[in-house]
Design a protein around this ligand. Sequence first.
Ligand code: ADE
Ligand code: ZN
Length: 319
Amino acid sequence: MHLPKAELHLHIEGTLEPELAFALAGRNGVVLPYADTEELRTAYLFDDLQSFLDLYYALMAVLRTEDDFAELADAYLARAAAQGVRHAEIFFDPQAHTDRGVPIGTVIEGLGRALERSEETHGISTQLIMCFLRDKSAESALETLEAAKPHLHRISAVGLDSAEVGHPPAKFREVYAAATALGLRKVAHAGEEGPPEYVREALDVLGVERIDHGLRCMEDPELVDRLVSERIPLTLCPLSNVRLRAVDVLEEHPLPAMMAAGLLCTVNSDDPAYFGGYVGDTFHAVHEALGLDREQLRTLARNSFEAAFLDHDEERRAR
Ligand code: ADE
Ligand code: ZN
């Protein structure tokens, strides 16, 4: 689907296609425990979020140099451009790299190099969202924010991702307050596998402006009313929800009910190399499986620009 759109929920490490993983492994002398790309692809059968995260973090071992991160981001931007993306707000997971000895500057400057030429090369404006891994400590998140300070001109917002259940948003109260003081914007994954209460906490304790996923808000009608009346955007990822078994089949995804309830829904790809499609493929899939018509797809595309961290002029240019 080539409707002009913004992508707001995209983990850059989740765009690592098997072919690039093997190319980087060869370049960096990393031995992968798979014979080839075909065998690696057969591992992409997940039971839940954790079973995906185990492979997602393991495969990052191939990313070592600034050039690797720049190449990863550039490959995503080329694919996104071909699917109508005009603006992308891109997550990255610094702790997944610093924990294996890759300096945070290597990660941010490598990604930044690809992003700063993206408008010219791919016609996509970009922002970078630094995520804290919620299954690591609050202290580690604070250290990460501190370490990122020399590179803050490249970062627009902070986010929260990784294993959700047992790691409520309130654990990260202090680092979100510090990020606010630095002028950063705020989002958080909530209500993917975790309960509706985590969505409320992300809003009330962390002060986030958007909720990533938010799927489980549908279990709590009062919360839905609040999200509707405050026009809090949800960055939904339907293909991810199927692959990680949050919903059984795409045909049963609550997206149509969420739109009918008046929620500000956007559709995104999450980790497209693992979940079977980039954002244009996702638009196509919800059209086919859920019967969303052209007007509803246009609404989703319009919502993506409304929910983006763009000012009015930037929004007009991107659309
Ligand atoms: N990191 C990458 N993809 C994720 C997802 N869907 N949920 C939480 N953390 C993630
Ligand atoms: Zn995500």
